[in-house]
Structures are given as structure tokens and as C-alpha cells.
Design a protein around this ligand. Sequence first.
Ligand SMILES: [Fe+2]
Ligand SMILES: [Fe+2]
Length: 269
Amino acid sequence: MDIRQDRLIDELQVFMESDLERFKSLGERIIKDIRRQHKIMEASDKRQRKEYDQLQEKLLEVERLNREIEDTQKEVVFTMGAIGESRSKETGNHVKRVAEYSKILALAAGMSEREADLLKQASPMHDIGKVAIPDDILNKPGKLDESELDVMKQHTKLGYDMLKHSKRPLLKAAATVAYEHHERYDGNGYPRGLKGEEIHIYGRITAIADVFDALGSDRVYKKAWDDERIFELFKNEKGKQFDPHLVDLFFENINELLKVREEYRDLFG
Ligand SMILES: [Fe+2]
Ligand SMILES: [Fe+2]
């Protein structure tokens, strides 16, 4: 080798060594970078998990509040119904039984579980308008005369007016029930004299539930009827006072209805 070659090799070696150094430090930098990235990812993973957990907690809280609101609404509606009934000297169990009968008939009529439940909660409000009827008429032991009867009949419209402004499905259903539970299928009911299916199904069902229960209970002005007499009335009123199809469903489900009556019977009176 001549001198020139030696120098070339030397230079090449120096070059390679420095290149190796550069390469090594590059490698270290890359490894450091990867480690940093990894740490960042871990941290953001933790942050994301924390955010997710917090969101989950908030969702549960919202759900709990929703349930709370729903329960409160149900209780308010039920209490209002009980107030209406207590004004007219009904027992607290009357509204419970009417609620259960209404649901049985609603399901039999093909309503969804959800809608049947809505009606179950709304039907106890049928007489809420009685809170606005004067005591002397409401509590009169004997028969009402014609003008008193006219005042009494206003409890339907009064109840409707109390509830009609609500946008809540439950209160809207209650408004319908209050308004239409004294309509008759043949058009001779009140307050509007609606006929057949012009009467909302909620009104037609509650009418049956309410009368069935009223006849089977003692009231200030009468003793409870026995079942045979009640059934006779429903047969006679099929297509007159009551929706004929619903009367059929009433008889088809009579055992279930009687079971409810037994379960929620009045302990006194
Ligand atoms: Fe009524
Ligand atoms: Fe009633």
C-alpha cells in the first residue's frame, strides 16, 4: 500500500467511526422518542379513561334524576286522583282498583305495555274536577235535583280544564280521561255527547273500570250490588253506555278483574 492508500483508509475509518457515532445517537434518539410517545399515550389513555368514567357517572346521575322525576310525577298524579275521590267520599282503594282494571282492559284491547301503564296512571284522575264542586252538592246524601246535577256534571270539564295545558303525556291522558269518562257509547253521555269511537279509548275504558268498581262498593247513597246484578247491567249496557267490544273484553277478563277487586278490597265500609 502506498501512502495515499493508507491515508484513504485512515480517513475512511474516521468517517465510519463518526458515522457509527451518528448512527448510534440517532438510534438512541429514536428509542427516546418512542419511549416518550409511549408515555404520552399512556397518559392520554389514563385521561380518556378518567373522562369516560366521569361521563358514565354523569349518565347514571341523569338516569337517577329521570327516574326521580317520573316517580314524582306518578305520585303527584295518583295523589291528585285520591284528592278528587276523597272529595266525593270515595275510598282510597277505589282509585287503585280503577287503575288496575284500566290496565287489564287496555292490554286486552291490544295496547302496548307502555301505553297500558300510562292509562293505569291516568285513570285514577277521572274525578279530579270534583275538587271544584261545592261541598253541599258533593256531599248531599239524597238524590240531586236537576240544577244540582248540572253542577255535578261540570266535574268532567273542570278536570279537563285543570289538566289540558300540560304537554306531559301522562297529564294529557289524564285530561282526556277526566273529560270523557261520563260519555256514553250511544251518544247520550256528558259533557259533549260524543258517540262511539269519537270517545277516546282512554275514556271508554275508564268508564267501564269506574262503573264496575262503583257498583261493587258501598257508597253513602247505596249498598254494593252483588256480582250477578253488576254483570246483568254490563250485558244490558253493551253498546249503550259502554263500548260493546270492551264489554266483551270485560267478561273475557272477569277473573283477573275480580282478583284485583279482592286484592284491593276496602277494609272498612
Ligand atoms: Fe266522574
Ligand atoms: Fe270514580
